[in-house]
Design a protein around this ligand. Structure first.
Ligand SMILES: Nc1ncnc2c1ncn2[C@@H]1O[C@H](COP(=O)(O)OP(=O)(O)OP(=O)(O)O)[C@@H](O)[C@H]1O
Length: 315
């Protein structure tokens, strides 16, 4: 086994799901999800309210049982009852449910006994960064402070996998920054896979190297961010007789906009072929322009028949 890949399955994925399905009262919250999260990646799962993000994370943790299909986390089946492997999984939920009457120091002492890889120095350093006073009662912390405490615990346990459910939603801008920096530091070690859900495109762009979009329980697409950016191109071309139909209908064309004689063509995965086709039709002018992640998402959502604003927000 390659050093540092302990806990990944033989195919190098920290998380894999196979036709994973969850119904609540007959309603499908997750619909035949096939997802593969590479070991060591920072994987961002994007989706609007009710898309199924929390349901997926709770299934991965074994807090819910699937209606059909299955999956593996760190090479172990998510339906396996033994909880042993979960000591390697850090989890920051969208709502923290710690023992409210404990002091922060008591909660941390409890965690230190629970997790075999607990790193006390790391824990103390992080409490300083987030300015959480150990003598405070957990119940007296604000929602954002509880989220920070959950991250401190999840990082101090030195997890192989860190699952974060909309982690930055209750944090102020300064704490959001610290939080993201910390997650990136953890990920940079290469030993920890980070899987986080978000509504926010900027979080995705700043943190993730792989992305997936979930809508109404279905996976719309999943890709590495570099690949997504490299393989999606905007081509602007001027044709004296207007855009030929052969180009409009070419494989990989996500959208076409025409303003006067200028055609703007967004193409995915087939940019070289579309470019050759354009040149064969002798345009008066042609150039290729990079797209921002926001533009790429708008295009891909449009291709799947969704309005982009239904899926994500910008800050
Ligand atoms: N315990 C439950 N019982 C019944 N329905 C549920 C339960 N948990 C989730 N659902 C339903 O499953 C669907 C997916 O919910 P989920 O919480 O996974 O979405 P989400 O993407 O995390 O949303 P949000 O961004 O608002 O947190 C929703 O329609 C929700 O109402």
């Amino acid at each position: 086994m390659v050093p540092g890949t302990e806990g990944a399955d033989m195919s190098g994925y920290a998380i894999q799901t196979h036709e994973l399905t969850k119904r609540f009262d007959g309603e499908r919250a997750l619909d035949r999800l096939n997802l593969a999260v590479p070991h060591g990646s920072v994987f961002g799962l994007m989706g609007p309210n009710g898309a199924g993000k929390s349901t997926l994370i709770r299934l991965l943790l074994g807090l819910l049982q699937p209606t059909a299909g299955g999956g593996e986390v760190l090479g172990r089946s998510i339906t396996e009852l033994s909880g042993d492997w979960r000591k390697d999984v850090g989890y920051v939920a969208d709502y923290q449910n710690f023992f409210p009457h404990y002091k922060v120091s008591e909660l941390l002492a409890f965690c230190a006994k629970l997790y075999p890889n607990w790193d006390d120095k790391r824990c103390r350093d992080l409490l300083d960064v987030f300015k959480i006073a150990p003598e405070k009662r957990v119940r007296s912390l604000s929602k954002g402070m509880k989220t920070q405490l959950a991250l401190v615990i999840s990082v101090a346990m030195r997890p192989k996998l860190l699952l974060l459910d909309e982690p930055t939603s209750g944090l102020d801008p300064v704490m959001k920054h610290h939080f993201k920096q910390l997650v990136l530091q953890v990920a940079a070690s290469g030993d920890t896979t980070v899987f986080f859900s978000t509504h926010n495109l900027h979080d995705l762009e700043q943190m993730a190297d792989h992305v997936a979009v979930l809508m109404k329980g279905k996976l719309l697409f999943t890709r590495s961010l570099d690949e997504l950016k490299a393989n999606t191109r905007k081509i602007q071309a001027v044709f004296s007789e207007g855009l030929p139909d052969a180009i409009r209908q070419a494989p990989g064309v996500l959208s076409v906009q025409e303003q006067g004689k200028v055609s703007t063509i967004v193409v995915q995965d087939h940019a070289a072929e579309v470019m050759s086709l354009i040149e064969a039709h002798r345009p008066a002018f042609v150039e290729t322009v990079d797209l921002s992640l926001e533009e790429i998402f708008i295009q891909m959502m449009g291709k799947e028949g969704y309005a982009h604003d239904a899926a994500f927000q910008l800050e």
